[in-house]
Design a protein around this ligand. Structure first.
Ligand SMILES: Cc1cc2nc3c(=O)[nH]c(=O)nc-3n(C[C@H](O)[C@H](O)[C@H](O)COP(=O)(O)OP(=O)(O)OC[C@H]3O[C@@H](n4cnc5c(N)ncnc54)[C@H](O)[C@@H]3O)c2cc1C
Length: 512
């Protein structure tokens, strides 16, 4: 591994200036937007001027000290691929149906169209395929299955955001949309939301595990937990207490010694720990679901088929695609951060937030596989013969959903973070990618009808799609078929009207 900055004990002053110049020359528009979102995440309680001053100090330290030191033992491949480590695996449903049937045609009329073949669309297909006699579902995907966020993420099957976090974010948004309520009533309502969310998320993770076991899916699923370092000890204890009192005991704490033993991460204080988070190969999960669904006689997948619009024709929807139109009685939008491109009503309501990741061969031997690892603003994981690391959380315009434009500055910053938390190591960055997750303003998912008729959305999963999509898809399929089963996504909490039309949303009662 060659490194132009590598000198005996550390880069000299010229080497450091060289790194800083390289970093400045490499800055792109997104870096400035990312800097603003970084500042508001890392210095949330400071005024604008203090924030800028603190950020300037941080940036100088990164450019002249942390990153030059980190790059002493890290290098970039001659050509860094934009394909995620997950999407570099063989896709068994690539180019379906065209690979085997180049002359295939879209059906004229079906019961359900699911738009998108990521976690959510694949889960809809899977649940539908278990209902023989349910009519025909087609999944339309504009690229390949799992080519969106589902194939470009960190690879954790999370238990959802922890109870206290949901309560806190919902309470903040209620202060905007439910000014008619007293602060006490808003707190009560936020607790009800957090309980509904956690209940559905806990069931979601059990359903995923059950499906993997029963179907024998080979998607690298291991349930070893997720260590979340860098939090404040007092807040952590309170968060754990609140969750336990409400009956949600997944989120707990872990001392630094235990964290180092389990994950190899070096922390100075206690970490949050989600005991039941699992890791997996996220793209394989999607491919396994689709393969199982396609083995039935009521589900079809059409990749490389872009939906251009959905028109309500009364008794049916006309789904317009770049291969022609088809009629569907129901439509499920499984398009997450892309949804606002199809539905103007969701612009500014379901927004794409860019996050990025990189993969490096080698990396610290201390970093353990299978366990989720995060600290500060970064996440890490050992995958195959290397390490995955990522960060960022910056909103991009609605029509930039899915974009793959990672920041090199952020990747270099992350190499410093890998060394900081796991010790200096040799590594070579071979992949670097980004994608977008779908965020609602209250950071709470929407699962339900967007038009009061027969058109559904499952989205706004806010970077935790693994904790919503499978149970959410089960719920929507159950609704379409009028089946009995748990109502894990009651309208009063999850209906899209909550964010699309809060004034007319059927909020749960808190006045009695
Ligand atoms: C870097 C990163 C790390 C993350 N880490 C995690 C994690 O560890 N755990 C976790 O739970 N979540 C994580 N997330 C979020 C998670 O990836 C998403 O919540 C999840 O993948 C959403 O799945 P989806 O199927 O709803 O959407 P997507 O996977 O985005 O799928 C939507 C699909 O719709 C298709 N599509 C869009 N428009 C159209 C159209 N008009 N016609 C046809 N097809 C269309 C797209 O091509 C795409 O394939 C992360 C996200 C990112 C970006």
């Amino acid at each position: 591994m060659t490194n132009p900055h590598k000198t005996g004990g550390g880069p000299g002053i010229l080497g450091r200036v060289g790194v800083a110049i390289g970093l400045l020359a490499g800055l792109r528009g997104h870096d400035f937007a990312a800097a603003l979102s970084f500042m508001s995440r890392v210095f949330p309680n400071d005024g604008q001027a203090t924030r800028m001053a603190k950020f300037a100090r941080w940036a100088l330290d990164q450019m002249f000290s942390v990153i030059p030191d980190a790059l002493m033992t890290a290098a970039f491949a001659g050509r860094v691929s934009r394909t995620s480590i997950w999407l570099s695996s063989d896709n068994p449903v690539a180019n379906v149906p065209w690979a085997n049937e180049p002359g295939a045609e879209l059906p004229r009329e079906v019961e359900v169209v699911a738009v998108g073949a990521g976690f959510t669309g694949a889960a809809c297909a899977y649940h539908w395929s278990k209902r023989s006699g349910a009519g025909r579902m087609v999944v339309l995907e504009m690229n390949e299955a799992s080519s969106g966020a589902s194939g470009r993420n960190e690879g954790l099957v999370v238990m959802g955001r922890f109870y206290a976090m949901v309560r806190g974010t919902v309470e903040q948004s209620l202060a905007r949309v439910r000014r008619d309520l007293s602060p006490e009533r808003r707190a009560e309502l936020a607790s009800m939301f957090a309980a509904a969310y956690s209940k559905s998320a806990y069931r979601n993770s059990d359903l995923i595990e059950k499906a993997i076991r029963e179907e024998g899916f080979d998607c690298g699923y291991v349930r070893a937990g997720w260590i979340q370092g860098g939090g404040d000890a007092a807040d952590l204890a309170e968060d754990v207490r609140l969750g336990r009192e409400a009956g949600f005991d997944d989120y707990t704490t872990m001392g630094p010694g235990e964290a180092e033993d389990l994950g190899g991460i070096r922390l100075s204080g206690d970490a949050g720990f989600s005991r039941q988070t699992a890791s997996w190969h996220p793209a394989r999960w999607v491919w396994c679901l689709l393969r199982a669904a396609l083995a039935s006689d009521n589900v079809d997948l059409f990749t490389h088929t872009k939906v251009l619009g959905v028109k309500d024709m009364g008794e049916y929807y006309a789904v317009l695609t770049d291969r022609g139109a088809l009629r569907a009685r129901y439509v499920i939008n499984a398009t997450e951060s892309y949804t606002a491109m199809l539905h103007p009503d969701l612009r500014g309501v379901l927004k794409p937030l860019q996050t990025q990741a990189a993969f490096a061969e080698g990396g610290p031997a201390a970093m353990k596989s299978d366990v989720g690892l995060s600290a500060g603003v970064a996440f890490f994981g050992r995958v195959d013969e290397g390490v995955l690391f990522g960060s960022d959380g910056t909103f991009v315009p609605y029509d930039h959903a899915g974009r793959n434009r990672p920041s090199r500055f952020i990747t270099k910053f992350l190499i410093g973070e890998v060394h900081r938390y796991f010790g200096q190591s040799e590594m070579k960055v071979t992949r670097e990618w980004s994608c977008t997750a779908g965020f609602t303003d209250d950071e709470f998912p929407i699962v339900g009808l967007i038009d009061g008729k027969r058109q559904y959305v499952i989205g706004g999963m806010c970077g935790s799609g693994s904790s919503v999509h499978f149970n959410g898809a089960r719920h929507v399929v159950q609704r379409i078929l009028g089946l009995d089963g748990p109502d894990d996504y009651p309208e009063e909490f999850f209906a899209p009207s909550r964010v699309m039309d809060p004034e007319n949303h059927p909020w749960p009662r808190v006045d009695g």
